[in-house]
Each structure stands twice: as C-alpha cells, then as structure tokens.
Design a protein around this ligand. Structure first.
Ligand SMILES: [Zn+2]
Length: 287
C-alpha cells in the first residue's frame, strides 16, 4: 500500500520540469552542482512514477554525496535516494538512507529539509506497518513546519489524520465480534480463488507472514476445516460462522497465511487490487 503518495497536480507541467532538469544536469559543472541537479531530477522522476530511472541516476552519485555530506544538497540527495528505494518496494534498504538524510539536515540545521525527510520517512514507515514510528516522524515534521510557518504543515496534518484512519482500518472482526483481527499493514493486493472451497466461502484473501496478524478469540471461539491433502485449515467463528482466515498445516505456504478481507471495513477491499486465481484448474492468476 502506498500511503498518501504525492502526485503532480499538473502532469504536463511536471514533464516539462523533468525536461528542464535533465538539461540542468547535463550542463552542471562541478561535483556539488551535479549532486544538486541529480537530487532534484531524481525526486521529480520518482514523483512521475519513474523511480527505476531515478535509482540509476542516484546509485553512481552516492560517493559524491558522502564526500559532500556537509552540504545541504547531500541531504536532498539522500532523501531522493530513500524515496526512490521506497517506491521501488525496497523499504528496508531505504531506512538507513532516510537516516543519512536526516543526519545531514540536523548537522547543518536545515529545518525545511529536515521536515521533508521526516515526512517522507514517516510515509515509508506507515507502508511497513511501523505506525508508532511513523507518527513520531510526522509529529516532529509538524512541529518544525509550524515553527517555520511553512504552508506544508497542512500536508503533515493530513498525514496524521490518514494515519489514524489506517489504524482504524487495520482492525476487523467476525460478524458477532468474538474473533478480532489486527493487520500489520494494509494489503496492496488480495486474491479471489475459484477452487471448490474458496468459491463456497466467498473469501477475499490477503496474505501475511504467519504471526504478524494479531488474532484474538482464536482458537477458543473458532472451528477449523481441513480438506483434500490437508495443506491448510480454514477457520471460522464458532458462533456466527464468519470465515476469518486460513492457517497453513505444512510448509507449502512458505510461512504465509490468508486473511479474509470481508471482515474489515469495506474501504480496505475498495483500496486493494483484487486478483482472480484459478485454483480450480490451472493454478495461475487469470488477470
Ligand atoms: Zn463471530
């Protein structure tokens, strides 16, 4: 799930700006000017969903950024680098890079940069389900932006509101409430399967590593059903019958299990890409 990812309001103007910045980078003289131009162009490319190209620009310039770490441009560079990693689904690798960007901003006292880094880092943390850490980053960013009288404070306020909403959406339950589930993060994709069991259950499955979803009321209020080669148990509430999740019975699931998104606020399903899986025959995705 991308949390409040920024989209350029005017795509044509954004493309024009990318073209200008390409020319600026091509004409840049000296290490510092090149670093500065690289950071700006990469940030624009990532906003335009061209994070792969952003990374190819950023990767070779890491050494120059280390050498120039006393310059504000280095902080913007690391922030652009971390953000490109984040949106390339390499969020764990982005963590130390965000930390570098923050360290540069703190050492130089560049508060506008510091607030940017905290805000971007917070979003990446939300996307990893690290909500308390994200909240701390947003609160620090908000304090800085308010002190600077920066109009971007409203975007940080939106992030905090969005975070509260994410916390709410992560909580689900069976119909009677005896079984309660808390997801570690909102899913990006889910699966609807047509196998003989799934089509009867009507579940929409999001997959999580076993142990990351907090499940209360299980097994004391649940019943399980295993069938066929007994690779998994489908779990339902013993009182209301809602199917909440399935658990693996062997290693075939690679440590994952499925959670039925029907037990959550409809907004969770609405914001998740649902794929159709042909579990009945070909055992492949149909879309
Ligand atoms: Zn129930």
């Amino acid at each position: 799930m991308a949390f409040q990812r920024f989209t350029a309001p005017d795509p044509a103007a954004h493309e024009a700006s990318i073209a200008e910045h390409r020319a600026r980078l091509a004409a840049a003289q000296g290490e510092l000017a090149r670093l500065d131009a690289t950071a700006d162009l990469a940030a624009l490319l990532t906003t335009a969903r061209q994070e792969a190209e952003a990374l190819t620009l950023l990767e070779p310039a890491g050494e120059a950024a280390e050498a120039l770490s006393h310059e504000e441009a280095a902080g913007w560079f690391w922030n652009a680098y971390a953000t490109a990693l984040q949106y390339s689904d390499r969020r764990a690798e982005a963590e130390p890079v965000f930390a570098k960007a923050l360290a540069v901003s703190q050492a130089g006292g560049w508060q506008r940069l510091q607030a940017f880094v905290l805000q971007h880092w917070g979003r990446s943390l939300v996307e990893q389900g690290r909500l308390d850490e994200a909240q701390a980053r947003f609160e620090q960013a908000l304090a800085l932006r308010r002190a600077l009288n920066d109009p971007r404070a409203s975007s940080t306020e939106n992030a905090l509101t969005g975070l509260t909403e994410v916390r709410r959406l992560l909580h689900g339950s069976c119909h009677c409430g005896a079984v309660r589930l808390t997801l570690p993060w909102l899913p990006e994709t889910a699966t609807r399967c047509n196998c003989s069991l799934c089509r009867r259950v009507g579940g929409t499955w999001a997959y999580y590593p076993v142990g990351r979803v907090v499940i209360e009321g299980h097994p004391e209020h649940t019943q399980g059903y295993a069938w066929g080669d007994k690779t998994l148990t489908t779990v339902r509430c013993a009182h209301c019958g809602s199917v909440t999740h399935w658990d693996p019975l062997n290693d075939a699931s690679a440590g994952r299990h499925g959670v039925n998104l029907a037990n959550f606020d409809p907004q969770v399903l609405a914001s998740t890409t649902v794929r159709r899986f042909d579990g009945a025959e070909s055992w492949t995705y149909l879309d």
